[in-house]
Write a protein that binds this ligand. Structure first.
Ligand code: ZN
Length: 177
């Protein structure tokens, strides 16, 4: 069995078109990424969809054909089976912080704190923060517009009232004459 074009598309799609280990996207790397066998083919890994991961060149290169050969060997984090934050936390400075032995080993093996990747993560965090602020700003502007509209309506109503009072006064004055 080999990886068909259809399987490849399926792997890309379910990964959201980004590396399942470091989350760098196809758009960010301006090209398609690679298909990784979680259990390497050289270590009896199959082309089964459950064993395939979408993976950038760097992560694939560092991961290479690692597979534990005995029970005491460290295990790599499998992004298809567990969410990242079970093993690795993203800190505000863009670095990952391991919280399990699997996290420690995966971070080291795949060099997930490599400087360009930390810079990339930081950029993404900043972009998310900017977008949050922009949304907040847009909400404020909408609220101000609504307030302005309400004030204009009130002003119109006051003008009508004033006109009515003026008319009343005119009538009263005429009656006195
Ligand atoms: Zn990667």
């Amino acid at each position: 069995m080999s990886i068909t074009l259809e399987m490849r598309l399926q792997v890309r799609e379910r990964a959201g078109f980004g590396c399942e280990y470091c989350s760098v996207s196809e758009t960010d790397s301006a090209g398609e990424l690679t298909i990784d066998h979680f259990q390497p083919q050289t270590k009896e890994g199959t082309d089964d969809l459950n064993n395939l991961l979408y993976c950038c060149n760097r992560c694939n290169q560092y991961k290479a054909d690692y597979w534990p050969s005995q029970a005491s060997d460290p295990v790599l984090w499998n992004p298809r089976q567990e969410p990242m934050n079970l093993h690795l936390l993203t800190l505000a400075d863009g670095t990952l912080y391991p919280i399990t032995p699997t996290g420690i080993f995966t971070l080291k093996r795949l060099r997930l704190n490599r400087p360009p990747l930390v810079a990339y993560r930081l950029q993404k965090l900043h972009r998310a923060e900017e977008s949050r602020m922009l949304t907040h700003y847009r909400e404020l502007v909408t609220m101000l517009e609504r307030l302005h509209q309400q004030q204009a309506t009130l002003l119109d109503e006051q003008r009508v009232l004033l006109e009515e009072q003026r008319e009343l006064l005119r009538l009263l004055l005429r009656q006195r004459d």
